[in-house]
Design a protein around this ligand. Sequence first.
Ligand SMILES: Cc1ncc(COP(=O)(O)O)c(C=O)c1O
Length: 315
Amino acid sequence: MILICRYGQVLHPQGLGLSWPSKLIHRPNFTASSPSRSSSGCSSRCAVKMTVTVDEKKTTFTLKKSEKAFNAAKALIPHLRMCELMPGGVNSPVRAFKSVGGQPILIHSVKGSHMWDIDGNEYIDYVGSWGQQLLVMLMTRKYLFSAKGCPVLAALAETMKKGTSFGAPCLLENVLAEMVISAVPSIEMVRFVNSGTEACMGVLRLARAFTGREKIIKFEGCYHGHADPYLVKAGSGVATQGLPDSPGVPKAATAPTLSSPYNDIADVELLFETNKGEIAAVILEPIVGNSGFITPKPDFLNALRKITKENGPSP
Ligand SMILES: Cc1ncc(COP(=O)(O)O)c(C=O)c1O
């Protein structure tokens, strides 16, 4: 089989859904990577203001700068007659916090397992940029006090001197592919992609091509990115917009997507019975993170694997 994994989110924290404030720190002035446009902050050419100053005497937890920057990202820009910088102020609906409430926080930096927002608040990072930060976290912790610093960051810095992106194959892809394949015995081949959405799109096409079947089962509340076939009773990504199904998705694109309640194995069995020989794949979050933290019932995952094995295409 082929494993399709995410690639390319090198150092930038992608989300903070599970992070909690720990304590405050004082940091000197810094340059924010996120857009911050004060009401008077737009120059005549409307350059996005890139610098923020952290209040070094700050003793309370506030999100004033995050709030201002986020509002700027989703505010009207009257003299440009443009709506928002980004839809909802974000580049993934999940990050707008609409369905969970609260103020989205704009991250400035990360070190080890801790991260800082543009207000200077410090957080424990439980997301780890969906996993790829884990190595950096571990290494940073191990090498925190070494003069050489974290070897992962040093290797990144060295590699970036050659350029950040080529739009062509490069040797390091081979090296990484070999590392992934040798680390996971069941993996025969890999394809690296840029986002979870792409990975889920690719894996769906692969399953359909391999089985010659079109239908898939997904579970209510599970989110697999914003590709058309998955926008049926999805999790936070869609719930954020308050939409059970997204506008702009043709009915035909979601028609082969069967939806089942999570943790209801009898419902899955029924779907397999009524769609015999037509189901290409079952996709799920094994522990649902996108509509709350929902754990599988004992044996739900095993039962699911058994059904999918029994109903796979004949070799
Ligand atoms: C389980 C799962 N799959 C897919 C995605 C989509 O990933 P991306 O936002 O990188 O397209 C997400 C994003 O939150 C996710 O949580």
